[in-house]
Ligand binder design. Structure first.
Ligand code: SAH
Length: 556
């Protein structure tokens, strides 16, 4: 819950706008502000105070306890121009809250946490438990001192500006280690404990068995990702309680699936009871990994520990047609999430300033598509977080399909859509895509011309609006006239044609012409050409394909 506190009329107005935007997540605290702040601080995970920072500092200071548990506090000024995370920037989520409040109120978030301000991922914002010298290592990263990364477990971390050697160390491990001086230990959720138990096995016994197995194997409970068992034990109180106390989800699998897992220590008892010769080992191993602790038993329970390899992450990100404000926030977030960026050099240039320090950039020139696809997938398979970029939408005549054709199911793939050229051009021209439309690439580099021609013919016959991508290059100049001639066989010479070059880029230009008047020589590879259907009209200088609304029909 987010507690809202205000003192003045203007503050109350802004407070009410926020409360209206987030009715489920906010609660208004009325009355004297001191009292209201104290109550909200005690009851809420976060506070937004429509008060001067000075006032809030004085009110909150005596309440502060621990930055890991204190609520995040954001101040919004009287005029609603700024949202200032005051305390709990990371742990309390105040930085993110200030950004979200800023979106609702049109206020500028004023983030002063060092790592956020310079675009570094704070060690405590990576989504992984972290121990040791967090402050010292973060400071070293900020100051540009060499920090070494020692990853004992491959994990798709966001970018960190690390070196091979350094006085400071970030260690990524699931092993039970005491962080050394100047060392921060990141705990990847790499461990799975499979658990089996007889009916009514006590929670303490299950918990003791699991904790003992981890401790004896020198493994950290902070790296525990889940407790796994068979479906039939989903409600077994001892297992449920143990998972709860360990703070991890309980994940269950069907007995038939577990029965197929090859395990070192099968036995007859569980086969008779739940239909699989192994519960602990099989449920820990069912999604793959390395068995670190084979089956162990207590009086009423069994457990086994597996290390699952970190799954790499491949984000296939569309950058949009060019303009920065046509790059989606999600695309931006994925670019900053990736530690490896793969793309065509000219696209990398388009977003280089957005990348976080420490991002490894693998850029290549035109024509290296196959190599880019392979590289991106190979990097993800090494357990890294990779972004593969493309202009417009990365799935439209671009990198998504060659990359996914290479990718096996051992990586996670995240697709981020982008504004494709046909849409960017359509918005400039008017509303040419108001009815059924297709995109056709005229590049016969990878597609035989007969195939392209057959598709153009089909679109012509079906009276579909057509946008041509890759319409014409120096070496490929006869395809566009040929395609237009096919369309002209089914459409009037006066059919509107929109030509848009460099949509949304600095040297954007567009023209509205007709099938008869279009001069193909004015078209190049930076251009898309949209040909209307038989209903498309030029209205007030804009290209409009009617949707066929009845209310727009001429009265009889
Ligand atoms: N994935 C891209 C398309 C790649 S094919 C997308 O979704 O937009 C390359 C072709 O796209 C170019 O030859 C051109 O026809 C078209 N194109 C891409 N960006 C463009 C832009 N900003 N303006 C006009 N055409 C563009």
């Amino acid at each position: 819950m987010i507690g809202l506190v205000s003192a003045t009329v203007a503050g109350a107005a802004a407070r009410d706008r926020l409360a209206a935007a987030w009715p489920e997540r906010t609660r208004v605290y009325d009355g004297p502000v001191g009292d209201a702040v104290r109550r909200a601080f005690a009851e809420c995970e976060q506070l937004v105070c429509f008060l001067a920072t000075g006032a809030v500092v004085r009110l909150v200071a005596p309440l502060l306890d621990d930055k890991r548990t204190d609520p995040g506090v954001v101040c919004v000024d009287e005029a609603g121009r700024f949202a200032v995370p005051l305390v709990g920037g990371h742990g309390g989520g105040a930085n993110d809250l200030a950004r979200a409040v800023g979106e609702v109120l049109g206020a500028e978030p004023v983030v002063t946490t060092a790592t956020d301000a310079v675009g570094l991922a704070g060690l405590d914002t990576l989504g992984l438990p972290v121990e040791g010298d967090i402050a010292g290592v973060s400071r070293a990263l900020l100051d540009g001192e060499p920090v070494a990364l020692r990853a004992e477990v491959a994990w798709p971390l966001p970018p960190l500006p690390v070196a091979d050697e350094g006085a400071y160390v970030i260690r990524v491990t699931d092993r039970l280690v005491e962080p050394a001086a100047r060392e921060a230990v990141l705990r990847p959720p790499s461990l799975v404990v499979g658990v089996g138990a007889s009916r009514n096995a006590p929670a303490d016994e299950v918990l003791g068995l699991v904790e003992g197995a981890l401790r004896d194997a020198g493994l950290s409970p902070a790296s525990l990702a889940e407790i796994a068992t068979v479906d039939a034990k989903a409600g077994e109180p001892g297992i449920v309680a143990a998972a709860e106390r360990l703070g991890v989800p309980l994940v269950t699998y069907p007995a038939e699936e577990l029965a197929r897992v090859d395990v070192p220590n099968p036995s007859d008892a569980p086969l008779a009871a739940v239909g699989t010769p192994s519960v602990a080992e099989a449920s820990a191993l069912v999604r793959g990994g390395e068995l670190l602790v084979p089956k162990r038993k207590s009086a009423m329970a069994t457990c086994a520990v597996v290390r699952r390899p970190g799954r790499g992450r491949l984000a296939v990100v569309g950058l949009g047609p060019g303009a920065r404000d046509l790059l989606t926030p999600r695309a931006k977030a994925e670019l900053r999430r990736a530690s490896v960026l793969v793309g065509l050099d000219q696209y990398v240039d388009q977003i280089r300033d957005l990348l976080r320090p420490g991002t490894r950039i693998l850029e290549s020139g035109l024509g290296a598509e196959e190599e880019r696809a392979r590289t991106a997938v190979a990097e993800a398979r090494r357990g890294r977080a990779v972004a593969l970029i493309g202009s417009g939408d990365a799935g439209v005549y671009a990198m998504a399909s060659p990359a996914l054709a290479e990718a096996s199911d051992d990586i996670d793939v995240i697709g981020v859509p982008g504004v494709t050229a046909a849409l960017a051009a359509g918005a400039i021209l008017g509303a040419p895509l108001g009815h059924d439309h297709v995109s056709i690439s005229l590049s016969d580099l990878h597609t035989p011309w007969e195939v392209i021609e057959r598709r153009v013919r089909a679109a012509a016959e079906a009276d579909i609006v057509v946008t041509f991508y890759n319409p014409r290059s120096r070496g490929r100049d006869w395809q566009l006239p040929k395609a237009l001639a096919i369309l002209a066989g089914h459409r009037e010479p006066t059919t509107p044609v929109g030509v848009v070059r460099n949509a949304s880029r600095a040297d954007e230009s567009s023209r509205l012409t007709t099938l008869a008047a279009l001069d193909p020589a004015t078209v190049d590879m930076m251009t898309v050409v949209t040909v209307g259907n038989t209903a498309t009209r030029e209205i007030a200088g804009r290209m409009v394909t009617p949707r066929g609304y009845r209310w727009q029909e001429e009265p009889k």
